[in-house]
Design a binder for this molecule. Sequence first.
Ligand SMILES: [Mg+2]
Length: 168
Amino acid sequence: MRQTTKSKPLAVFDLDGTLAETGHRQHFLERQPRDWRGFFGALHRDPPLDEGVRLLLEAAATCEIVYLTGRPERCRRDTADWLTRQRLPEGRLLMRGDADRRPARTIKLEALRGLDRGRELRMLVDDDELVCDAAERAGFRVVRARWASTSQLPSTALRDAQEREGRT
Ligand SMILES: [Mg+2]
């Protein structure tokens, strides 16, 4: 039987550190005060992460793709442009509200639960260990992205910011 789009399972992909290499713009967060404008302003220059893209294309053969990112809504246009430029599969793009400062794991788990209703959610691919832990505890299948330059660092400014400042 042919699957309709509606009945396809969902595959959820994070962007920063999963599909997009952010190493070149980390320095904006390593200064005080952190330069969020600079950090998000440079996202159009992110190189794609081959391993994440490979997994994404593989998933897109059987799943509907959803992009779930901690980037704020104000980056929607740049983010959508980047996805188009990289020729990545079309998919819903779920972003953080501009005024939402909750930790990424809280926001993403809420989004996953919303997506999960009546649909098979096949996997979440994300590089944030706290997000992955929370999703696994909630019963979702998780693929931990460990292929970005930033994933080699035990504690980056970005992670601190994600956890304590709820910024991305
Ligand atoms: Mg990430």
